[in-house]
Write a new protein. Sequence first.
Length: 207
Amino acid sequence: MKSGLTIRADNLQDVLDALKQLGNKDVLVGIPSDRAERQDGMEINNAELGYLHSFGGTIRVPEHTTTLYRQVDGEGNFKHGGKFVQQSKSNFATDHKVASYTVSLPPRPFLEMGIASSRVKTTDLLKQAAGAMLSGNAAQAEIMLNRAGMVASQAAKQVITAGDQLTPLSERTLQARRSRGRTGTKPLYDTGQLLRSITYVVRDKNA
């Protein structure tokens, strides 16, 4: 007796292969090695600094030279009481040697906060990637994975640029910034090097 059920195609193996391929992909958000290098003479790189900021710790800033910027009037007198200004607003600069010192960092888990705040969007994009893979559209799945990485990395950057979720800077750190002509008060945002180093990669797990 016929059941009335007609099997037009058995695509079970295709589905299993698609799931295996998707399961072999990682979307990683953070600071990869090719963006880790710093340009300010610190003994640790951006990846190591990001780790310390996330979990807290102590770092040593080596002896280095810094340039201070101020304004002078037409008679050669300091303006604004000799206070430091941004380079773009200065007409007088001096170089100074800064002795080595240590800095204690409280935990400021910017990556974790960013990933958590973007979870709804990234979960939806990952679901779309899975659907595309099951439909045999590997290229579209790759696009969705990249979009998920972009959303999460931008959310982590937003934690830094907003600054309101992070432990405020100590007065000592603020004084150190002012001594270098920097007036910003946001944690993790001084030169912008750490912020610019944050990105994502999509790669095979065995890469």
